[in-house]
Design a protein around this ligand. Sequence first.
Ligand code: FAD
Length: 412
Amino acid sequence: MTSPPEPKSEPRTEHDEFREYCRAWLRDNRPPPAPVRLPQHPIETMTRAQLDYLQAWQRRCYDAGLVGADYPVEYGGRGHKGFQRIANEEMNRARTPFLVNMVGLGMAAPTIYHHAQEELKRELLPPLLSGEQIWCQGFSEPGSGSDLASVQASLTPDPSAPGDYLLNGHKVWTSLAHFAQWMILLVRTSREHKHKGLSYYVVPVEGHRGVTVRPLIKMTGEAGFNEVIFEDTPVKDAWRLGATGEGWSVAMTTLLHERGAGPLVTPAGGVGSEGLAHNVRGLVTLAREQRRNGRPAAEDPQLRARIAALAIRERGMLENAKRARSGALVEHPMRLPLQVKLASTELAQDLAAAALEVEGPAASLYLSDERAPVGGQWALAYMNSFGATIAAGTSEIQRNILGERVLGLPKS
Ligand SMILES: Cc1cc2nc3c(=O)[nH]c(=O)nc-3n(C[C@H](O)[C@H](O)[C@H](O)COP(=O)(O)OP(=O)(O)OC[C@H]3O[C@@H](n4cnc5c(N)ncnc54)[C@H](O)[C@@H]3O)c2cc1C
C-alpha cells in the first residue's frame, strides 16, 4: 500500500520573512520600562518625559523598518507592499509601547502622500514617519465638529507677502498640539460656498508667529488635547494640499484614514499603560482576581454570560478584520472598514463598563491609589472610552455614514 503524499509545504514568501524579522527584532529590542506612567493612548500624552520615551521608541521602530514600511523610499519609507500590516500585527503581539505620532501617521501622512506637492512630501514625510516631528489636526472648532464644513477659521491675503496669507481662527480638541511642530488644517478661503469655500493646508505650530496653544483638561485629569488660537499667523501658499477650494475632498482622504477605512495602512501598534490588557483576556484576568460574595467574580453566572457576549463581539471583530482583506468575501467594499471605528470604540466602552462592575466599589479608586485594582487603569479606560466614541466622528455620525453609504438608506 502506498503511503499518502506528504503535504506540500508552502514556499516562504517575503511577507513570512518580514514577519519573522519583526518578531525577532521586537523580542531583542524591547525598550526598558518607561520611567514614567504611560498614557493609555497616544492622544493622551501629556508630559515631556512621556513624549521623550515614546518618541525615542518610534524612532527605533522607524530605523528598524517597522514604521513607514509601505511608503516609497524617497519619502522616508521602505517601498514595500503589504509589510506595514504585518509590522502592526507584530507590535500588537509583542505589546511594545504604541507609536506616539498617531495623528501624523494616521491622518497627516496619507493626506500629504496623496495631495501634497513633490517637494513638500520629501520634506515632511521622513521626520513625520520617524516621529521626530509631531503632528496635530486642526479640523474641529467651537462651532463645528460633526458639521465639519462649517469651519470658520479663515485665510486673508498677507499684505506684506504677496501670494501668501494670514490665518485667523480658533481650533479646539486639537490632540497633541502642545507638542506639535505641524498641523493639518481645514480653513475657509471663501464665504460664498460652504464646501467649495474650504482649503487644506499644513501649518507650523511650535514657535510659529501668532499661534497660541492652550491645553484642555479632560475628566480623567489628563491634558491630551488643546485649543489653538491663530492671530494673523503667516501661512505660505506653498503649504497648500490640493487646489484652493478643494479642501473638502482633501479632508475626505484624512477622515477615511482616521476612521480606519483608507487605502494606506497606518503604522500603528503596541499598547499604552503597562499592566492593562484592554481586551476580553484582561477582563477575564480581572474577574478571576476580584472577589464577589467571597468567591472569584469569574464564578458569577451573570458575569460569565456578559463576558461571553463581549468575547463573541471581540472575536467577530478579529474575524471581520481577516475577512476585510479578501474582497471576494465582502459584498460592499466599505462595509467592514467603515464599521471598524464604531464597533471597536463601543466594544472598548462596554468592556471597561463590565470591568468596573467586576471591580465593584473598588472601581472608585483611581490612578496612584495603590489599593486600586490594576492601578486604576480600568477606571481611566472607562472615562477615556467616551472620548473615543466622539473623536474622529461620533457614533451617531458613523451610523449615519453606514446607513447612507453602505445600506443605501435615504439621507437624514
Ligand atoms: C478625545 C478627542 C480627541 C479629539 N481630537 C481632535 C483633533 O485632534 N482634532 C480635531 O480637529 N478634532 C478633534 N476632536 C473633536 C472631534 O472630532 C469632535 O468632538 C467630533 O467630531 C464631534 O463634534 P462636536 O464635539 O462639535 O459635537 P457636535 O457635532 O456638536 O455633536 C453633538 C452631538 O450631536 C450629535 N449629532 C451631531 N450631528 C448629528 C447628525 N447629523 N445626526 C445625528 N447626531 C448628530 C453628535 O453625535 C453628538 O452626540 C477630538 C475629540 C475627542 C473627544
